[in-house]
Design a binder for this molecule. Structure first.
Ligand SMILES: Cc1ncc(COP(=O)(O)O)c(C=O)c1O
Length: 353
């Protein structure tokens, strides 16, 4: 396999400009940045495109809780001018699971409207431990954030060099992620390793690391595994990781002949949105065998997890390359938590009258 960008091309501000020209009625823009692979979009440019039209920019910054606390990291969404960003404090911060927050600034989104939407989805019995965890993280970062995140960044430089030196490993860096048509910036804390030269898949390598070294990687896909460093890591945790990865390289021969995943080009991952997601989701639906689903309109979301970015949304017309990607992926170890049939023998589609 040749080297290829580690993720779909990152949307540029020019792409948003074009999308608004095609869909002038769009109410705003939503961007996931950074991705779980650490690729960050040009949020300042995208915010500018939105704001010239008086539209809000919403950023899914689930993987960016640490970004505000060190200048060597990509800008966080609020500094880049976004109107809202949603952040998981339990991912790159020290919050307890479910400790997600949103930030709001400016006057394009009415705070009362936003609070009312949050009330629709939230519990009436908030967990005070969650709030305490969020507040303790905030305090820790205000007091020691630069030092702690700086320590993690230095650790990342060392572990990236050490892993790159292991035969069969290539650590994805800015050169793989950033450039014209690709990401604008890059967070080095997700140590994303391309292991295709070992002749196995990330799925198989992840299972092996869990079984043999009790290490859960942050992410695995058809050709990569990623170890997510945070401010909580130190020389001890990275030494354990290094030992495990060297051992993985020694055992690569045992992991070969993994079923291959048929990965489409970024263009082939795009499908036509022929119905509104809401209409397709609530429409009468039926199950069809995956082999017969091309051309039908999806009535469900299908998301390989990790990384948790939907490949199929309700209302999209299913294509062969996408179905082939998902079915070959499942055969290889891909996990689809939100599909009605997680093995994808069948797909939920809009019923034809
Ligand atoms: C890009 C992205 N957005 C959102 C989420 C969900 O975040 P939360 O755990 O706060 O619900 C995830 C989870 O992995 C994610 O990767």
């Amino acid at each position: 396999m040749g080297r290829c960008p580690a993720h779909r091309p990152s949307p540029s501000s020019a792409a948003y400009e074009k999308a608004f020209a095609r869909h002038p009625g769009a109410d705003g823009a939503l961007v996931t940045s950074p991705t779980p692979y650490g690729a960050a979009a040009d949020l300042t440019g995208i915010a500018d495109v939105c704001h010239r039209r008086g539209k809000p920019l919403i950023v899914d910054e689930a993987w960016g809780a640490h970004l505000p606390f060190h200048d060597d990291l990509p800008s966080w969404a609020m500094d880049a001018g976004a109107d809202i960003c949603v952040t998981s404090i339990h991912k790159m911060g020290s919050g307890l699971e479910q400790g997600s927050v949103f930030h709001l600034q400016g006057d394009r989104v009415d705070p009362a409207e936003l609070a009312s939407r949050a009330d629709l989805l939230g519990t009436t019995s908030p967990n005070v431990l969650l709030y305490a965890g969020i507040d303790a993280w905030r305090r820790q970062m205000v007091q020691y954030g630069r030092e702690l995140v700086g320590g993690a960044l230095e650790l990342a430089v060392r572990i990236r060099e050490a892993v790159e030196a292991i035969d069969g490993f290539h650590v994805n860096g800015a050169a793989d992620f950033c450039g014209p048509g690709l990401a604008a910036d890059f967070d080095p804390l997700p140590v994303v390793m391309d292991i295709s030269e070992l002749g196995t898949t990330g799925y198989r390598a992840a299972d092996w690391l869990r079984r043999n070294h009790h290490i859960d990687v942050h992410l695995s896909d058809h050709r990569r595994i990623s170890a997510q460093l945070t401010h909580a890591d130190d020389e001890q945790t990275t030494a354990r990781l290094r030992t495990a990865l060297r051992d993985l390289a020694h055992h690569a021969a045992d992991l070969r002949d993994a079923p291959q995943v048929t990965v489409p080009s970024p263009a082939d991952l795009r499908m036509d949105q022929v119905e509104l997601p809401r209409d397709a989701y609530f429409a009468q639906h039926t199950k069809v065998p995956a082999a017969e689903a091309h051309g039908r309109v999806a009535a469900e979301m299908i998301t390989p997890y990790p990384p948790g970015i939907p490949v199929v949304l309700p209302g999209e017309r299913l294509t062969e390359p996408v179905l082939e990607y998902l079915t070959s992926g499942v055969a290889s170890g891909m996990f689809l938590p939100d599909a009605a049939d997680r093995r994808l023998h069948t797909v939920r589609v809009v019923a034809e009258s």
